[in-house]
Design a protein around this ligand. Sequence first.
Ligand SMILES: [Zn+2]
Length: 439
Amino acid sequence: MKILACAACLFVLAQAQPPAPPAAQSRATVIRAGRLIDPATGTATANQTIVVENGRITAMGANVATPPGAEIIDLSRLSVLPGLVDAHNHLALTYKKDPESDVYYLTYVLDSTALRAIQAVSNGMQMMSAGFTVVRDLGNNGNYADTALRVAIEQGWVPGPTIVNSGIIIGGMGGQFSPTPEMAKDHNIVYPEYLDADTHDEIVKAVRQNILFGAKVIKVCVDCKPYPYTVEDLKTFVAEASNAGLKVAGHVQTKVGALRAIEAGFWSLEHAGPLDDEVHRLMAQKGIWRVGTETPFTTYRGTKDAFDRTVAGMKNAWANGVKMAFSTDADYYIPGMTRGEVVINFLLSWKASGIPAKDVLKIMTTNGYEVCDLASRRGPIKVGFPADMIAVGGNPLEDLDALRTVTFVMKDGLVFKRDGVMTPEKFLHAGPVNGWRIR
Ligand SMILES: [Zn+2]
């Protein structure tokens, strides 16, 4: 009875409530862009005006009228472009040298989901400050800290990128952990970092659990154990996810796993280790995304040999016409660097690949919106779309290093960073200003 009464109350409440006011101000904002870049075509147009109202772009061009009372933002000495995308990160995971020797199994034991959700908000802001307005977040986020982050951003509590999150990574028994029998069987240590699914029914149930708890993409450990999923298993993931309109991303670490995921019709392959010329040809044929997480060789991470293999793989993928995304797997702490600074330093890999700057810029923006399955509703600077944009000095179509210094960031029409300083006040609210029904 109690439950029924509560449900009825909520229903009445929902009927009686007026629609929530939008988080964005009703006052128009006008942006004067010295150079407006369209990464989809690799072109730039000088002296453009962009009008933003209620969070969306309502007009743009060389000669558009300024609405009365509009706030003018002068970016006439800068290049304005759409926000960047990291197609593979884990914002609610940060493993560290001290105290856990970069072993994330220990991070999971030491850091609660609640702490990791707060960390995710901070990491999200660090990503936004570096110009990333979209992050595809692929698991290892405790008990759905990724959903909490997405919902908090979308409801309007905190600033952050648009999050396309996977919920819990689904895998064969054990996930990516190698627990003792005691920890696995007596203490259930694998969950919630991984969701075991070993049979057809368990796969269906695991996919549905993630969707119920807010996943917007399904992440599968295809071959993390000596008992990789079969093609039939993997097709079950694709069928069940697509029944809810979701795509499937496959972590692959063997060639057998990659070939099976391709045959099963996966949307994207995560990590590039096993992707050779044969695999790349098949991916290009079937239009499967390569989300390669190409780690650069730096003083703080990587080896020369691994980097050489990474760059050779990027060149081969590009030569084969594989669809590529900018992605990092940057889920670790480097003292002195923000999460965004660690991520943008992956430019080192893309520059070494020899892919022209304008194509890399397209990969970091246009391709990113596509691999996130957002392109029809967010990303490009276009009338009717949410006003997400960044500004940099110089011209990133010619020099990618221009992206290292993002001085202006707008998200959903609100200014997050201006003149190189974060200004998050307008994003902070004590309640769900965009509506509590966003889940
Ligand atoms: Zn990852």
